[in-house]
Design a protein around this ligand. Sequence first.
Ligand SMILES: NC(=O)C1=CN([C@@H]2O[C@H](COP(=O)(O)OP(=O)(O)OC[C@H]3O[C@@H](n4cnc5c(N)ncnc54)[C@H](OP(=O)(O)O)[C@@H]3O)[C@@H](O)[C@H]2O)C=CC1
Ligand SMILES: O=C1O[C@H](COP(=O)(O)O)[C@@H](O)[C@H](O)[C@H]1O
Length: 463
Amino acid sequence: MAADESVTLLILGAGGDLTHRLLLPGVGSLLKIEPTRKVRIIGADRADLSPADWKKRVEEAFDTVPVPARPKRSVLSRTRYQRTNLLDATELSDLIGSLAGPLVIYFALPPAVSIGVCKLLEDIDLPAGTRLALEKPFGSDEKTARAFNEQLHRVAPEEQIFRVDHFLGRSTVLNLIGLRFANRILQPVWNREHIERVEIIYDEDLALEGRAGYYDKAGALRDMLQSHLLQVLAVFAMESVAELSATEVQDQKNQVLRSTHLWSNSPKRASKRARYTAGTIGRRKVPAYTREKGVDPARNTETLAQVQVEVRNNRWSGVPFTLRSGKALGTPRKQIVAYFRQVPHLPVGFDNTAAPDKLIINLNPGAVSFVLTMNAEGSPMDLEQKELRAELAPGWMLPYGEVLREVLDGDTMLSVRGDAAESCWRVMDPVLKAWAADRVPMETYPAGSSGPDGWLPGDSVVN
Ligand SMILES: NC(=O)C1=CN([C@@H]2O[C@H](COP(=O)(O)OP(=O)(O)OC[C@H]3O[C@@H](n4cnc5c(N)ncnc54)[C@H](OP(=O)(O)O)[C@@H]3O)[C@@H](O)[C@H]2O)C=CC1
Ligand SMILES: O=C1O[C@H](COP(=O)(O)O)[C@@H](O)[C@H](O)[C@H]1O
């Protein structure tokens, strides 16, 4: 679809946090880069917002970017809000009936409400080609994800369904494809012969930040590992693509996800979970997770999760991939680290066999570092590790701008295909079952620390 063709973006759940904090600024950041793009934003929610309230919300979100005057004026002059109980068939049908295509329906709703709305959409005539954009979590296990896929396919074909993952909008992830396939240096060593293990880590210094309503039912594993980090793994490990197209990228990513299994098939050995206790992050005092507002300690929700998986294919068999993410950690660390094997033979005479060579890919902000063993300062017989580093340009728009751009253009390259969503649950379901049965202990770590001791295998120097 051409960027100058006007698209109607209907945001369901327009009064909520996602719309306010991420979606509207995302659209704004897209308009900043593409000021002639024509998008008509319609907000719908059960909140009682006046037309002026709604315009003010859009304007405030745009001002955080900020959006240039002309596209801002154009959007504000055409946007409107419709108070709607989205689970009422007549109200939903009236809302959609009032809109012209091409139409994108963005579900910024609690997951159970999204499923209910989809059911109602089966009986509503949608403009031809209507696209549906869904948020995570996509289902709550493999079975519910499959059922949700079947239901969605009764409303629209797969190529009109966008399961949004803002990590895939991240320029750094696209940079990963460039890093892997646009030079000859890395391709020959990107395999089990040369890479011993890989860590994909997203440690945050943010704590709960008032999100108990969502997070206490999700936890770190569902919030980050099952969704974002498995997607990052898929891009890291996939075979080469002939072109940057949805079919190529999706097929290659999904081959990886289909081949991914828990390390030694044992959820007990492959997973760890922990929850933060009271502590201090910088100058900020953080209460114990169980004392945070809205948390039910009986849910036993983890705030730090680590899972080891194996990609059982010709390229990666035998290489452990450790996925880890958590909240309230002292030092944010958002990176992929590939540890290389030792050289087959180190010339006799050198001192100091150093730690393994590493490739570190920082996800946010983006940077690539090679940490290589070479001659030290001083005695040339001595070895040490030195770092070669390149900073990557920041994303040209916000991650939500990048994913929305694809949705508005009808390009599914960066969205999660239905079978991939099911595969991700298939990998993690045994861990969730083992945790629910208390077969893996819940450890603790003070907020502001680096997590429980001894979780990551081997050396994991933060860079
Ligand atoms: N917020 C975030 O940072 C992120 C959120 N997500 C996902 O985005 C989705 C939305 O999350 P979030 O914005 O945080 O949730 P919120 O609860 O803040 O927003 C959902 C909105 O939908 C409204 N709503 C619920 N039921 C109905 C209904 N029947 N009719 C009309 N409106 C209704 C809610 O109204 P009311 O308040 O009255 O209930 C609320 O305004 C979730 O799937 C979440 O997992 C994904 C990534 C990040
Ligand atoms: O989807 C989510 O992602 C954020 C981390 O992503 P970032 O781009 O904001 O760094 C995470 O904090 C949140 O819990 C999760 O729902």
